[in-house]
Design a protein around this ligand. Structure first.
Ligand code: URA
Length: 434
């Protein structure tokens, strides 16, 4: 087989066979196909899409690029949660410890910042000492002791996703339903889960800008999961403005901690509770979803999720004190404030622009070998619907490098739309699929 022939056929909109897809994924993972050819193939997929058969074959090949993890020796339902990517989306760090506190085991395989969106691994690694590159034995140990453990793709688990994810991030090929579904579902199926709650984001800060595309992605992932005997539910949720107030790695750890202490932003708290409830329900800890909602709410009030997150941080080598002493986390040395140019209502905060600005400040990557700056980010002081006067503070930019500030400021100023009319309230949870 010649890579160039497969690229050409995909570029022309043809369907590739499962053998051809498998060959591509295997050869790329082994380093036998150069990045420039794989990038070209991904761009062809971006424009031509993939059939359900091709996506199924891609998921299978990506799982087979590493080991299938057997967690059956660890008692309890194994339920994970995954987001398709958003701005300020730190719900994993809230929903997972709440579900773990309810008795669910959460073996989480997370990703890094992708495009303008953040990644749970980068957020967690802003905690001094915390490791996400656990060996499988360490991962099993944390999972059975704490009930919640987080790793990334590695040499052993879906290494193909690790390589493809980084390549997509630096070649503008992230926003493809097929590639997102294959990336997420391969990681999740490799873990031998019992259930999975998906948060499919839609809106300016999401990879899917239209609800119809988000629904298609949700249906695709639910179908792949069901074919593999996985209990799956997907929520389609609004990502037109950032979730919560903090955007940036260490700042999002601080906000997750505040939310687990029940003093977080309303939108973040509400969505995290719903995701936790669905994890608890899929884990069959309760008989009804309403009981699961009540349980998640009570666990939040008892600070049980907060204690669970602390346990997990300590078990993965991090300093758990950072969750109440924020000065122990990386803090950016400089701050720049943006004020409202006029009186009115905040009518929109373009999440993609805020995400891009934050990535530009150093919270994300330009090239796959770049490292992120854990301290930088944006803190929103006003959210959509807020009434502001001229000169009121809209947000604070936390930055470390003067040269990166100017363009970020422009983007953030453009992201805010101030209007004289009060915007209509938007639903946060738009649909449930599955
Ligand atoms: N999350 C993933 O793991 N992969 C994607 O492609 C997008 C979001």
């Amino acid at each position: 087989m010649r890579t160039v022939d497969l690229i050409q056929r995909k570029r022309n909109g043809e369907e590739l066979s499962p053998e051809e897809i498998r060959w591509l994924v295997e050869a790329y993972t082994r380093g036998e196909i150069p990045d420039y050819q794989m990038a070209s193939f991904l761009m062809a997929v971006y424009f031509q899409n993939m059939t359900d058969h091709e996506v199924g074959a891609m998921v299978e090949a990506m799982i087979e690029s590493g080991e299938r993890v057997d967690l059956s020796s660890i008692p309890g339902p194994k339920i994970d949660k995954h987001s398709t990517g958003g701005v300020g989306d730190k719900t994993s760090l809230i929903a997972a410890p709440l579900a773990a506190a309810a008795g669910v085991k959460v073996p989480m395989v997370s990703g890094r910042a992708l495009g303008h969106t953040g990644g749970t691994l980068d957020k967690l690694e802003s905690i001094p000492g915390l490791r996400t590159n656990l060996t499988m034995d360490e991962f099993r140990d944390v999972l059975s002791r704490v009930g919640f453990a987080v790793i990334g793709q590695s040499e052993s688990v879906t290494p193909a996703d690790g390589k493809l994810y980084a390549l997509r991030d630096s070649t503008a090929t992230v926003e493809s339903t097929a590639l997102i579904a294959a990336s997420i579902m391969s990681k999740k199926l490799a873990m031998g889960l019992d259930g999975l709650v998906l948060d499919v984001k839609v809106g300016s800060g999401a990879f899917m800008k239209r609800q119809v595309d988000a629904r298609r992605l949700a249906q695709m992932m639910v179908t792949i999961g069901r074919r593999n005997d996985l209990r799956v539910q997907a929520l389609i949720t609004d990502m037109n403005q950032p979730l919560g107030r903090a955007i940036g790695n260490a700042m999002e750890i601080m906000e997750a901690s505040q939310t687990l202490l029940n003093s977080g932003p309303e939108d973040l708290t509400r969505l995290s509770l719903e995701l936790a409830a669905r994890m608890i329900f899929l884990g069959r800890v309760t008989e009804t979803l309403d009981d699961a909602r009540l349980m998640a709410q009570n666990l939040l009030l008892e600070q049980a999720g907060y204690r669970k997150l602390k346990e997990m941080v300590a078990a993965q080598g991090g300093d758990p004190q950072v969750l109440d002493r924020f000065e122990l986390l990386p803090n950016a040395p400089m701050a720049y404030e943006i004020y409202s140019p006029r009186a009115g209502y905040v009518a929109a905060i373009d999440a993609e622009e805020i995400g891009r600005a934050s990535a530009m400040l150093g919270a994300g990557r330009d090239r796959k070998e770049d490292t992120v700056d854990p301290a930088v980010g944006v803190l929103l002081e006003a959210k959509v619907g807020a009434r502001v006067d001229e000169g009121d503070l809209l947000c604070r930019i936390h930055y470390s490098d003067e040269q990166r500030l100017e363009e970020a400021v422009e983007r953030i100023e453009d992201a805010f739309r101030i209007s004289t009319t009060e915007p209509e309230a938007r639903e946060l949870i738009l649909e449930v699929v599955g």
